[in-house]
Design a protein around this ligand. Structure first.
Ligand code: NDP
Length: 240
């Protein structure tokens, strides 16, 4: 095995799945993590270690990383992607959905970073790609806690970039607009869902997760002394 190991959280669908396929096509061994193990295994990718991991469980992530690294050597790139979008009218929303968003999109992001910050710093090598959103740069109606979680990703990415840059470790943040995935399947507020879907139709639909995957692989494949700090990608007609 000549190419280094890539770790991806939220690899069972959408952007994570597309990025797993793209890195695999580029010849990398993979560590794929998500709760739906069977979806990751069904991808049938070569040199691929799949583990059932909930990003709320720090120990489970650490164990999965140790198992994959024992087979393929150190993780050279973490795509910190797992996340949910419980969009809703915040005045009506069940606070359980706030808790779930914070636990997965904020604490889960930190949990996934934990095995890598010190090890990449010590090895003086590595790339971290944190998944934010266009909703991590500006606010949208009914995105209150989701926006908060993605603004968090931007803040910690900037801080980590400063911390790791002197050690040649790259921190990239990617902020997509509307991408065709399963992310809206769990929106429980019917008015919010209708408004989102109407807007999506108005702009001619979302774009494929494959485009996001290609951007991530491209940024990773730049020489280690070249850092694409931030990437924002939207459908052309998504004007804001
Ligand atoms: P999907 O719903 O298709 O994918 C989400 C992934 O996250 C799944 O693999 C899911 O796996 C995983 N996930 C969710 N909760 C957990 C958990 N507790 N533990 C482990 N894995 C978890 O949607 P996307 O591909 O769109 O979402 C990926 C990321 O992209 C998210 O962070 C989302 O916020 C972000 N994003 C998406 C945009 C879009 O328009 N689609 C736009 C901007 C950002 P499983 O359920 O098997 O655990």
């Amino acid at each position: 095995m000549t190419k280094p190991l890539i770790a991806i959280t939220g690899a069972s669908s959408g952007i994570g799945e597309a990025t797993a396929k793209a890195f695999s096509a580029a010849g990398h061994p993979l560590l794929l993590m998500a709760r739906r193990l069977e979806r990751m295994q069904a991808l049938g990718l070569p040199d691929c270690h799949c583990e059932k991991v909930d990003v709320r469980n720090r120990e489970a992530i650490a164990a999965a990383v140790a198992n994959a690294e024992a087979k393929y050597g150190p993780v050279d790139c973490l795509f910190n992607n797992a996340g949910i979008a419980r969009l809703a009218d915040v005045g009506e929303q069940d606070p359980e959905e706030w808790d779930e968003t914070i636990d997965i999109n904020i604490k889960g992001v930190m949990n996934a970073l934990h095995p890598f910050i010190k090890s990449m710093k010590d090895r003086k090598a590595g790339t971290i790609v944190n998944m934010s959103s266009i909703a991590g740069r500006k606010v949208y109606p009914d995105h209150t806690v989701y926006c908060g979680s993605k603004f968090f990703v931007h803040a910690i990415s900037e801080s980590l970039r400063g911390y790791l840059a002197p050690h040649d470790v790259r921190v990239i943040v990617i902020s997509p607009g509307i991408i065709e995935t399963e992310v809206l399947d769990h929106v429980n507020d019917p008015n919010t869902l209708k408004a989102y879907k109407d807007n999506k139709v108005r702009i001619g639909g979302g774009i494929s997760a494959d485009h996001v995957a290609d951007m991530i692989v491209f940024a990773y494949q730049m020489p280690q002394n070249v850092l694409i700090q931030e990437m924002v990608v939207t459908p052309t007609r998504q004007e804001f």
